[in-house]
Design a protein around this ligand. Structure first.
Ligand code: AMP
Length: 413
């Protein structure tokens, strides 16, 4: 199966290797922090998380949780003094307090990577500047600019808030027939110009981005790691299916022409290089019907679409994150078998406690639960992964396992 490591030794950083026994810090205590902690603990590291809640998923796997506000620079410095390296598991944390840690502890990826990718405006500017293909777009700061952008790009299109959007939150589609009223309504719905949209790193008013609608063939993503020495390890592209804007199923192989996959992998590696990422990042793409690969967005951390690497690859995305931020050699991203992952949202609990025994009877399945208390609809509670002889079989079996677990009526897979 595919997955590649490129050893490109660039002697730019002579930082010491951080060996097992050292203490790794992670900003955020969600499931990505929990799975990072599991990988790091297995390798003999101490792990400390910084979270706004003591009762976070990572708490179950960390040696210590520091509870505080993410913008509390003093609390962060206090934690950082006891760490050997700090990383993050989500990007909705202001880069400013992380910059204050310079000289206290290495932050990997660097706060500048977070700064660029946490705002769609800065991220798009980076993509355009570096020549990465992405959807046609315009940044808008006023209602007038939004109307002008619609006139320039045409409809259908999608309006998104520049900052702090995820899982389809903070975005609204403008259909082909949308008129001035709908455009104004989208501006207001997304809080255009409101004070509450002020960005944490400046005094800019809420900015929106208008993106031309891409009539894509499919969505794929590529998780990749980049080490301190500049070497990269790129996982095979996953094909992603969303439901209600939330990732539903990811599968590998993605079943696309080799040229398309190759171009996605090269673009992902180049994005990490141009951003100077040390760590793991995920690049999400639209694949157009004529085979073009457009960057949708970049997450400078492990990604939901990479969870299948835990069961399916020689090195998981979380172990890769540990290796990369510690200056260790990256592991092989080779995939052992075709695989599919299905998210378990809180909705799965609506018919009572899920039937885990039934789900676990499906061949090739593994279960990961994040240890979250309340199964609210739309909340990511865990995931199932299935390995099989073919990707179609993996998708069918993971769908069936999830239907059995969630006692839903459609068990066809
Ligand atoms: P995002 O938060 O930007 O990743 O968007 C969430 C989902 O909305 C994507 O995974 C796509 O399914 C859809 N989407 C976002 N932007 C576009 C676009 N320009 N054209 C078509 N679909 C889009």
């Amino acid at each position: 199966m595919v997955g590649s490591v490129e050893r490109k030794v660039i002697p730019v950083v002579a930082a010491p290797v951080i060996l097992p026994g050292a203490t790794l810090g992670v900003m955020g205590g969600g499931q990505l922090g929990a799975m990072f902690a599991m990988a790091a603990k297995r390798m003999g590291y101490r792990v400390e998380a910084f979270s706004d809640s003591a009762d976070c998923p990572a708490a179950q796997h960390c040696d210590r949780v520091h509870v505080g506000a993410y913008d509390d620079a003093a609390a962060l410095v206090a934690m950082a003094r006891g760490l050997d390296v700090l990383t993050f598991e989500f990007e909705n944390v202001s880069a400013e307090p992380l910059r204050a840690l310079a000289g206290v502890v290495p932050v990997r990826p660097a706060p500048e990577v977070l700064f660029t990718t946490q705002d769609r405006g800065r991220e798009k500017a980076f993509l355009v500047r570096e020549g990465f293909a992405c959807a046609p777009h315009r940044m808008v700061r006023s209602q007038k600019e939004l109307h002008a952008a619609v006139a320039a790009l045409g409809l259908p299109a999608v309006v998104k808030t520049a900052a702090f959007g995820y899982d389809g939150k903070g975005q609204q589609k403008l259909d082909a027939g949308a008129g001035p009223q709908e455009i104004d309504a989208a501006w207001i719905a997304l809080g255009g110009g409101e004070e509450k949209c002020e960005l944490p790193d400046g005094d800019e008013k809420c900015e929106l981005v208008l993106e031309g609608w891409i009539d894509f063939d499919c969505e794929i993503s590529v998780v990749a790691a980049r080490g301190l020495d500049g070497s990269t390890a790129v996982f095979a592209p996953t094909r992603n299916h969303h439901s209600h804007h939330i990732l539903d199923i990811s599968s590998v192989p993605a079943g696309l022409p080799a040229a398309v996959l190759d171009s996605a992998r090269k673009m992902a590696a180049a994005v990490l290089e141009k951003l100077d990422v040390v760590g793991v990042a995920c690049v999400e793409f639209f694949v157009t019907r004529d085979g073009r690969v457009l960057v949708n967005e970049i997450a400078p951390r492990p990604h939901n679409s990479g969870h299948l690497t835990i069961a399916a690859c020689e090195t998981s995305q979380f172990e890769q994150q540990v290796r990369a931020i510690c200056g260790l050699p990256l592991g092989s991203p080779r995939q052992l078998a075709p695989a599919a992952m299905a998210n378990l949202l809180g909705d799965c609990w609506k018919n009572g406690e899920p039937d885990w025994a039934a789900a676990l009877a499906v061949p090739g399945v593994s279960l990961m639960l994040y240890g979250k208390g309340e199964p609210r609809p739309g909340r990511k509670m865990g995931h199932l992964t299935v390995l099989a002889d073919s990707v179609d079989e993996a998708i069918a079996n993971v769908t069936r396992a999830r239907s059995l677990a969630c006692r839903s009526s459609d068990r066809s897979g």
